[in-house]
Design a protein around this ligand. Structure first.
Ligand code: BGC
Length: 723
């Protein structure tokens, strides 16, 4: 144990300032904003629905998407065309039947890479596809923390930790915007459950919010500079998020100096003056979705009557114009052209190859032997790979690989499988035999399993926007199927395609477990490469896998079983106190002294790593760690050393930094990286500042959140930082 003292001279606020956008665009934007008449301003503070909401018709000037906005002609600005979402160019309302778009794996897969370069590359890919499809706004940047492993939208997000989420989502946004496509960050804030999302009040004290969900947004905004922040459906401490001056003005615009504009989620605006005064800058698709257009004639009246000051309206418009220029929309209008499917599939494949997490590999059942007789069971693995549903849904190129012929299914429709078959990809990699059994007849599958060298079973669980899962189990008797296969053959590998953690009653009876998440358009080939060892797994969990729902802060979600997606979302206007506060996920498990099924940060490799030379330094910028990693196995692989911090007051451990270290067999490397200072701090809500308490900090080098690893302690003096 080493004790060190730290002397910080620099106020952290100096290194957390928001960089201004380039001078020439500032001038253009300011000139343009300054020339707007009151009518112009009123014209641009609400977008219109882009098609498919109440009919399949697409309004004149729209591409058929979430929204569009035509600027007054004399401004000569490009029409804003808004498309969903964060995994690729979506078409959730089926109005562009011939669109071609490649889907990244789910956000949880990208987060599992712990690789900001990969996240940025993925962002560039989807941003470029949006641009080539004619869109200049992508409704990407899902940054809600995964507080509950039953939340239907977790697959769009980046896990339970604010630092990991902030860095991954920030990098993705930067990638999107590098293509001159403005990105949102959403859903601000605490839209962490789908059940009652339209009505519930998510309640939490300001300090806990700032140290968890808001910190994720704060970091992602610093890194990605999204042109827009989308306020959420739910209420926060009783006020609708889009009516919350604390969130939109105090936190976002004042404390974080956010220069862009706030748009409402689709149907999340409920008021005119209250929302405008709270900091909402643009009402989204209000013509088709909201009870009435709040930022149309009603806003004109409010400004005319002096209820909303003219300056506030001018500020709303100025922020929109500012972001349009900051992302370079006027000088780089989209050029519609064919998507480079090959190149983009390679990006999606790479993302999944880094993001799948090897959870168990008893007796080195993986990689599969090249000549082995493999039985593949279930999960429609002969046809394709599952994706998550809702507004982020990217249509399958060539159509759903597991078509559902019932066209009358209400929102959110049926599960979509991308036609990248794992079975076909496995067949292309082996001289051994691969046979497929759908797993629908348990006895037949078990019989076939007896005649195989190894059984690979694909287990799926669909998740979608608008619905949460009532439990953590695999549906459709898949647990029984896996148990029967394990009874028949000792060498069973389970590949999970899920949008969330699941419980695994069969864990000790199978040898291999690979969490592939929703693996994206190129998921089949990525999974095959991982199973056959063409790629060494390097993913690490961005979420804790609980043993049961009883370990969670909430054993049940009230209303989750309501009959339709509509009833679920509008389930009674409950007050939900998030009792875990800022101790989300692994921090909650640490606080409760509970052992999870698989901890946050966990992930195996086909090689082994050894750590040495762990050292913690303090300097004017805070804590810096140094360590050496050696690949002691026979295969190239990537280690992800993680640093967890415990504060002097004994609060739950927190991820403070990490590094991805790719290493050839036998290679070693020394890496140095710094610890995010806000992770060392508590947020003092009375003084509106971060406060680092004086005392001894435990700094742990670990391979997951529950690994005891190696520990050093350092003493820090008290320090405060502005938000
Ligand atoms: C979702 C947003 C989405 C919007 C537009 C809403 O229901 O919450 O994430 O961007 O629809 O489709």
């Amino acid at each position: 144990m080493i004790n060190k003292r730290i002397g910080w001279l620099v106020s952290a606020s100096l290194w957390l300032t928001f960089p201004a956008f380039a001078q020439d665009t500032t001038t253009d934007a300011e000139r343009m904003a300054g020339s707007l008449s009151l009518e112009d301003q009123l014209d641009i503070v609400h977008s219109r629905a882009g098609g498919g909401f109440d009919s399949t018709s697409v309004p004149d000037g729209a591409l058929g998407s979430a929204a569009f906005l035509k600027f007054p002609a004399h401004l000569h600005l490009p029409t804003l065309e808004y498309s969903d979402a964060g995994l690729g160019v979506g078409d959730p309302r089926n109005v562009r039947p011939h669109g071609v778009a490649v889907s990244l794996p789910s956000g949880l897969a990208t987060a599992s890479t712990w690789d900001t370069t990969m996240a940025e590359q993925g962002g560039r890919m989807i941003g470029h596809e949006a641009w080539q499809t004619g869109f200049n706004i992508l409704l990407a940047g899902g940054a809600n923390l995964t507080r509950d492993p039953r939340n239907g939208r977790n697959f769009e997000y980046a896990g339970e930790d604010p630092l990991l989420t902030g860095r991954i989502v920030g990098a993705t946004i930067a990638g999107v915007q590098s293509q001159h496509v403005l990105s949102t960050i959403k859903h601000f804030a605490l839209n962490d459950l789908e059940t009652s999302r339209m009505t519930m009040s998510a309640n939490m004290d300001a300090a806990a919010m700032r140290e968890s969900d808001l910190l994720a947004f704060e970091i992602a905004i610093e890194i990605g500079h999204p042109g827009s922040v989308m306020c959420a459906y739910n209420r926060v401490n009783d006020l609708y998020a889009c009516d919350s001056a604390y969130l939109l003005t105090k936190t976002l615009k004042q404390d974080w100096h956010y220069p862009g504009f706030v748009m409402s989620d689709w149907g999340a605006d409920h008021t005119t003056a209250r929302a405008a005064l709270a900091g909402l800058d643009q009402e989204s698709a209000g013509d088709a979705i909201d009870a009435r257009l709040f930022f149309g004639p009603a806003l004109a009246d409010a400004v005319h009557d002096g209820v909303v000051p003219k300056d506030r309206l001018a500020d709303m418009a100025r922020r929109i114009i500012r972001s349009v220029y900051a992302v370079g929309l006027p000088s780089h209008p989209p050029v519609i052209g064919p998507v480079d499917e090959r190149r983009d599939m390679a990006t999606a494949q790479h993302d999944e190859e880094e993001g799948a997490v090897l959870l168990q590999n008893t007796h080195n059942v993986l990689p599969l032997r090249p000549n082995a007789r493999i039985l593949v069971v279930g999960g429609h693995a002969d046809a394709g790979v599952l994706s998550g549903g809702g507004s982020s849904q990217v249509p399958a190129i060539g159509g759903n690989a597991v078509p559902v012929h019932d066209k009358t299914l209400p929102w959110p429709g049926a599960p979509v499988y991308f036609p990248d078959s794992p079975v076909k990809a496995m067949q292309s990699l082996t001289q051994g035999s691969i046979t497929y059994d759908p797993g629908t007849d348990l006895q037949r599958a078990a019989y076939a399993a007896r005649h195989a060298d190894t059984v690979v079973v694909f287990a799926t669980k669909w998740a979608t926007e608008s619905l949460d899962a009532p439990d953590l189990s695999l549906p459709d008797h898949q647990d029984a199927l896996i148990a029967a296969l394990a009874e028949a053959n000792p060498h069973v590998v389970v590949v999970l395609e899920t949008g969330n953690p699941v419980v695994m009653p069969w864990r000790d009876r199978v040898e291999g477990i690979l969490e592939a998440w929703y693996p994206g358009s190129a998921g089949g080939r990525a999974i095959a490469n991982l199973l056959y060892g063409r790629v060494n797994p390097s993913g690490h969990l961005p979420m804790t896998f609980p043993r049961s729902a009883a370990q969670l802060p909430r054993a049940d979600i009230a209303g989750v079983k309501a009959t339709t997606a509509f009833d679920v979302q509008f389930f009674t206007d409950q007050e939900l106190f998030f009792r875990e506060g800022s101790d989300v996920g692994y921090r909650w498990f640490d606080r409760q002294r509970q052992t999870p099924l698989f901890p946050f940060g966990y992930g195996l490799s086909y090689t082994d790593f050894q750590f040495s030379g762990f050292d913690v330094q303090t300097d004017a910028r805070g804590l810096t760690v140094q360590l050496t990693v050696r690949n002691t196995g026979h295969m190239a692989g990537t280690a992800v050393p993680q640093i967890y911090i415990s504060l002097p007051d004994g609060t739950a451990r927190r991820l403070g930094g990490w590094q991805r270290v790719p290493l050839a067999a036998g290679e070693s490397r020394t890496v140095t990286f710094s610890i995010e200072p806000r992770i060392l701090a508590h947020f003092d809500a009375n003084k509106d500042q971060w406060s680092i308490p004086a005392g001894a900090y435990t700094v742990r080098l670990a391979q997951d959140a529950f690994d005891n690893g190696r520990v050093q302690t350092v003493s820090l003096p008290a320090l405060t930082m502005l938000p």
